[in-house]
Design a protein around this ligand. Structure first.
Ligand code: PMV
Length: 362
């Protein structure tokens, strides 16, 4: 498929007024996306576990105007209150997708959005937020074009979400989602995320992710600035090649269920992501002392008990602790007794693999 496939056909229906709600999850990458080309095309393929509990719920109310307006006409409510400072991000998003959704300026839109996780938790809400909004926009498009096939709907929703925030395209459908062209995964694309098509060992069913909130402050460096620092980065090419290799290795691990290989690969990806940040110009360190304390405790515990527990990181100080469901009781005990003390206000979130976004009937 190419970008052109997402340009709309003439619409068959006229729709005046309505309301659509979608709930979309966050995701955690195992092979990381870091570095992009123009139009949010990733420099390397990535794969993520879809989360279940960390999610955004967005309602889009739409009302047709007498004539289309010059600018996008919308109001934005976050957790029940008008939120002016979120509007520029949404306007940028609408501008990027306008070509593919030309009907947007024909409507007055009211967007109401809320997250299931605390606002200042340091958890990026862009993945769940942009995917929920993209899905609402797609449901409106489907009202105008009721014959739209489900696969196309999901692909275009992911395609639009990607234009809002790259990793958001991995938050539409499926427990494990690949984004970015990889030779070993036939359906993979740079344009949208696809549900991982290969065999997945049952050990990964219901895999757990306990998110330790080490630092709830706002990000020191936005991810778009971070991605751009991969241009001219001395290790960029080697890193992009490594991501291809790691994704290939992970497809084997998904099949065999070899957790030693899984843990080594996932932790190495997390540390590589951070080492790319540390070796860019300007350089930065997003881990905090407590991030390292937690990592060391996890390693010590794993060494001592043989429990299959590992960590990954996103572009921040928080730690995602990953482990199979069958060990959750004992590992959660360890987390509460030994790791939670390193979290800001002892806050952590228990999550696990989920199935993707779902529409909520209004
Ligand atoms: O979607 P963005 O542009 O915020 O980038 C996210 C990048 C990482 O979270 C660090 C890695 C990933 O693949 O999700």
């Amino acid at each position: 498929m190419t970008e052109k496939d997402f340009l709309p056909q003439p619409y068959t229906k006229v729709v005046n007024k309505g309301s659509i709600t979608w709930q979309a999850p966050s995701n955690i990458a195992l092979v990381k996306y870091w570095g992009k080309k123009e139009h949010q095309i990733p420099a390397n393929p990535s794969v993520s576990f879809t989360l279940n509990n960390c999610k955004t719920t967005t309602t889009l109310n739409y009302e047709k105007k007498k004539s289309p307006s010059q600018d996008f006409d919308f109001e934005l409510y976050f957790e029940g209150k008008i939120k002016e400072d979120f509007k520029p991000k949404i306007t940028t998003f609408f501008k990027r997708i306008e070509h593919y959704c030309p009907f947007l300026k024909e409507y007055h839109l009211t967007i109401k959005t809320e997250n299931s996780f605390p606002h200042s938790s340091g958890i990026a809400s862009s993945a769940s937020g942009m995917s929920a909004l993209a899905l609402c926009v797609m449901s409106l498009e489907k009202e105008l074009d009721p014959g739209m096939a489900e696969e196309f709907f999901n692909r275009k929703a992911s395609f639009l979400a990607r234009l809002g925030s790259g990793s958001a395209c991995r938050s539409i459908k499926g427990k494990i989602v690949v984004w970015g062209k990889h030779d070993g995964i036939a359906s993979s694309s740079d344009l949208f995320g696809v549900e991982y098509p290969g065999k997945v060992h049952e050990i990964f069913h219901n895999y757990q992710d306990t998110i330790l909130l080490v630092d709830k402050g706002t990000k020191q460096v936005s991810s778009s600035v971070g991605h751009n620092l991969m241009h001219g980065h001395p290790f960029a090419e080697a890193r992009f090649k490594q991501a291809h290799k790691n994704l290939e290795a992970l497809t084997n691990v998904f099949q065999t269920g070899d957790l030693d290989d899984f843990m080594e690969l996932v932790e190495s990806e997390a540390l590589t992501l951070h080492s790319m940040m540390m070796s860019s110009r300007p350089y930065f360190i997003l881990m905090k002392p407590n991030t390292l304390e937690i990592i060391n405790k996890i390693w010590e515990y794993r060494e001592r008990t043989g429990m299959p527990i590992c960590f990954t990181l996103d572009a921040g100080a928080n730690v995602h602790v990953l482990y199979p469901e069958k060990h959750s009781e004992i590992i959660l005990e360890f987390i509460k007794n030994e790791l939670v003390a390193y979290c800001e206000n002892e806050q952590y979130l228990c999550d696990r693999i989920g199935d993707g976004a779902r529409r909520i009937e209004n």
